[in-house]
Write a protein that binds this ligand. Structure first.
Ligand code: NAI
Ligand code: MG
Length: 372
């Protein structure tokens, strides 16, 4: 039997609470693993000027995958103000550790299953079963942004695009520019993964969600690539929708859709919408998956007002743990965990505050363990 090394990254706030719940369940499943702790989050930003220290990256390089809780983050000025005095004024700029992990380990695929568990009082409907594939390293979140816009960059854009004329005379500091990069390889990869998943799990449709009528080149490349990939999957239909319309359809008829695929920002938007259809942040699990490494995390943040209170819903974290087990090839344990989660929800055995009850985080984990 395999012995795993799983980097344990609780991070900030309720990240710690929900990771303890995950550990209760992993121990009950008797997974043969060790869980070396990694430093990540706000504390390390404040003290060391880096929320993702090099020693943590080194730890990750020596593990099979990572399980991550949540982190606190803030916009650049607020973040700089929180640094210890010795680090103030050194020009340190906060950057999101999770975005860095995605880029550093090329975790190109963000997987977010959103399934309604029967009996969850927070479901919009009980027949929703959506799986979002979001491209995770390109698109509008590549982080290539300018403000002020360098003169040279403007000159090149003016030269190459007639629509830049409108911005040719504005002061450079009054222009902020963001870059949306879609590559053929990135598009092909994410769409292929969506189709492979649909094939393996019996979904009949893959819906690509973009805006090619406006974003002709970037969304256009995603959609054209999706059509090519779809040719290889005759039993699965490719549906194409615009991001704005899709937000309406998902509220109106979510049960009609199966696997969804989108570039980075649209995928981000749609995954939060899908999560809310099936219970919200307390149920939203995700995996950041690359060819060789993966980082699994619930979608929620550090919810500072609940930190350390053993109060928040650990289901998102437990469903995240299930995704990790699947990725490790532990299909049997993954299945047992999901069934146990489903049984606890169906029987309303332990409801945290968001579900209208007063069970603690630990009590939910223990209820799941009883069904394993
Ligand atoms: P949040 O997700 O931390 O919490 C928002 C609200 O959702 C909470 O106040 C709580 O009412 C509810 N909630 C969240 N998780 C829950 C759970 N497991 N069970 C029950 N209720 C839950 O988002 P917020 O308040 O906008 O951000 C707090 C901090 O977290 C910020 O510093 C933010 O930057 C960071 N953040 C980090 C993320 C990550 O680590 N991936 C993602 C989102 C926010
Ligand atoms: Mg998001």
């Amino acid at each position: 039997m395999a012995h795993y090394k799983i980097a344990w990254l609780p991070g900030d706030g309720i990240g710690n609470d929900v990771m303890q719940a995950a550990r209760i369940v992993l121990d009950a499943l008797q997974l043969d693993a060790e869980y070396p702790h990694g430093d990540i989050g706000w504390e390390f930003w404040k003290r060391e000027g880096d929320p993702l220290p090099e020693r943590t990256l080194e730890l990750l390089r020596n593990t099979d995958c990572a399980l991550f809780g949540a982190i606190t983050s803030m916009p650049k000025e607020e973040a700089a103000a929180e640094l210890v005095p010795e680090l103030q004024g050194k020009g340190l700029v906060y950057s999101s550790p999770i975005v860095r992990l995605r880029q550093e380990f090329n975790l190109h695929t963000n997987l977010r299953p959103c399934r309604a568990f029967e009996g969850n009082p927070l479901n919009l409907r009980d027949d929703v079963d959506l799986v979002v594939f979001r491209e995770n390293t390109e698109g509008l979140y590549v982080g290539i942004e300018f403000n002020p816009l360098p003169q040279e960059v403007r000159d090149v854009l003016v030269k190459h695009h007639p629509k830049m004329k409108r911005f040719a005379d504005l002061p450079l500091e009054d222009i902020a520019l963001s870059t949306r990069i879609i590559t053929r390889g990135g598009a092909r990869n994410i769409v292929t993964q969506a189709f492979e998943f649909a094939k393996k799990h019996g979904y009949k449709t893959v819906t690509v969600i973009e805006k090619p009528n406006v974003l002709r080149e970037t969304s256009g490349l995603m959609v054209r690539t999706a059509r090519e990939v779809a040719q290889g999957y005759p039993g699965i239909e490719l549906w194409e929708t615009n991001i704005d319309a899709m937000c309406m359809w998902l509220v109106k008829n979510p049960q009609q859709y199966g696997v969804l695929v989108a570039s980075n920002m649209f995928g981000d938007v749609i995954s939060d919408l899908c999560a809310q259809l099936v219970g919200g942040l307390g149920f939203a699990a995700s995996g950041n998956i690359g060819d060789e490494y993966a980082v699994f995390e619930p979608t929620h943040g550090s919810a500072p007002k609940y930190a350390g209170q053993n109060k928040v819903n650990p289901m998102a974290m437990l469903l995240t743990t299930k995704l990790m087990l699947d990725w490790l090839g532990e299909a049997d344990r993954a299945q047992r965990l999901e069934s146990a989660i489903a049984a606890v929800i169906r029987g309303r055995e332990a409801l945290t505050y968001d579900m209208g009850g007063n069970a603690t985080t630990t009590e939910v984990a223990e209820a799941v363990v009883r069904h394993l």
